[in-house]
Design a protein around this ligand. Structure first.
Ligand SMILES: NC(=O)c1ccc[n+]([C@@H]2O[C@H](COP(=O)([O-])OP(=O)(O)OC[C@H]3O[C@@H](n4cnc5c(N)ncnc54)[C@H](O)[C@@H]3O)[C@@H](O)[C@H]2O)c1
Length: 412
């Protein structure tokens, strides 16, 4: 019989409870949480109750957890904010837990390198949650590239197009709105840097970037707009960012609500939005991260890639177009179709990858499946995102930010 992998969750917020916790509730024959570390009492106890974790295995801080326990499970899932990564990862390595950690690995290049260096001496499974590599659409593209039918990659055009309300929630009002923690290109787009490295399969050499915060600024606030949307804003009928339009829809992303804490109903949500950070006027926040950025990357052997992050779009979609010596591959993640063409013989193919449903187009479940299988069997080949493969994506993101702010090309 296959073993149930026992786990500890560190950080029972949106990702921790809603994605990694939900996995064990959906797949009790594969994974079980036996301890939780979370400073917020309500979140800690909610998670513990959902997973049947006794009071003795609920902790407020990772330091206390590591000091008070020996190795109590097979694996640890780290879903804290990135500010809390380094100590938690080092503690987990020290205790010998298999590790799944959220991206990005750290808030600075120094932290990232410390983690990757520490991981070199670690023999367990160590996965970074770059789940895009596991989305079946990208797996199809990777196998088309590897088939050799399309020749060699010359260049890739890739973009991450955020819907206007996703941009506002996460990067204007929300948790990732200020580069005192992480720049946008790291917080959001280390996924994109990672997928470029994965598809191209070569190392990056040089990076340049431009971008700025253009729109979400006080000077663009409607006349008379108060600090909070619900404080009688005169513009709420016309403003697309009104909290009433964003947070009370059938298709409002539950991840947005989970980032506000444990919210039981719409009445509670309404009360929270009167004064929490997500209820603020989008033109009157403490945000400073860009709302648009372009990055150019040169890889080994002269392969190039251009990346664009744009925060003003009707809906979320990543688009990837790969130009190769004998063909072209095009993929719109939201449309869910891979379109592949070869020049010789002339051919056109449209592929509908299977399983692109659920959070992050199925990537979250598949990466957890891969992690659990790797821990169960000790077989590292399940893992597409081992920690050492995150070095280049993080280097590219930090270099892009350096280029953008210093106005120069950065050699890696
Ligand atoms: N892979 C992805 O696609 C993806 C998507 C969204 C967020 N993320 C990343 O996941 C991480 C968590 O994001 P989130 O949206 O869940 O945020 P969140 O704020 O909802 O969850 C973080 C949780 O960690 C807790 N926490 C804070 N300090 C802690 C500590 N020292 N020890 C234990 N817990 C602590 C917070 O109280 C909170 O409950 C971030 O690093 C974010 O960048 C990844």
């Amino acid at each position: 019989m296959n073993k149930v992998v026992t786990m500890i969750l560190v950080g029972a917020g949106n990702r921790g409870r809603g994605v990694f916790g939900q996995y064990a509730l959906d797949m009790p024959h594969r994974a079980k949480y036996v301890a939780v570390v979370e400073p917020d009492e309500k979140k800690r106890n909610t998670f513990a109750q959902e997973h049947g974790i006794p009071a003795s295995m609920r902790f407020e801080k990772p330091g206390v957890f590591f000091a008070k326990t020996d190795r109590v499970a097979d694996a640890i899932v780290i879903a804290t904010p990135e500010t809390e990564r380094l100590g938690t990862v080092l503690g987990a390595i020290d205790k010998g837990y298999h590790i799944l950690v959220e991206k990005p690995l750290g808030c600075s290049l120094d932290e990232t390198i410390k983690i990757i260096d520490a991981a070199k001496k670690f023999e367990g499974i160590f996965v970074v949650c770059h789940q895009m590599r596991h989305i079946s659409g990208y797996s199809v593209i990777k196998s088309l590239i590897d088939s050799g039918r399309f020749g060699d990659i010359i260049t890739i055009q890739h973009s991450e197009n955020l819907s206007y309300h996703h941009m506002a929630h996460s990067y204007v009002r929300g948790l990732f709105n200020n580069d005192s923690m992480t720049p946008m290109i790291l917080a959001k787009s280390c996924h994109d840097m990672d997928i470029l490295c994965y598809l191209i399969g070569k190392r990056p050499v040089r990076v340049s970037s431009f971008g700025s915060l253009t729109y979400f600024k006080e000077q663009n606030a409607p006349k008379g707009a108060p600090a909070y949307c619900l404080d009688g804003c005169p513009a709420y009928k016309d403003c697309p960012y009104s909290v009433l339009k964003i947070y009370f829809n059938e298709d409002t992303d539950p991840a947005c609500i989970r980032q506000m804490g444990i919210v039981k109903n719409k009445r509670e949500l309404f009360e929270l939005l009167r004064h929490n950070q997500f209820g603020r006027c989008v033109f009157r926040c403490d945000n400073n991260v860009v709302d648009h950025q372009v990055v150019n990357i040169e890889f080994e052997d002269g392969v190039t890639a251009s990346f664009q992050m744009a925060g003003h779009n009707y809906f979320d979609r990543r688009i990837t177009k790969i130009s190769m010596t004998n063909g072209e591959i095009y993929f719109d993640l939201t449309e869910g179709l891979v379109k592949a063409y070869t020049f010789s013989p002339l051919s056109e193919e449209i592929i509908k990858p299977q399983g692109m449903t659920g959070s992050h187009m199925g990537g979250d479940k598949i990466i957890m499946d891969a992690f659990v299988d790797a821990v169960r069997t000790g077989e590292k080949s399940y893992i597409l995102t081992p920690v050492e493969m995150s070095l280049d994506s993080h280097l590219m993101a930090f270099a892009a930010e350096q280029s953008r702010t210093q106005g120069r090309v950065i050699e890696l």
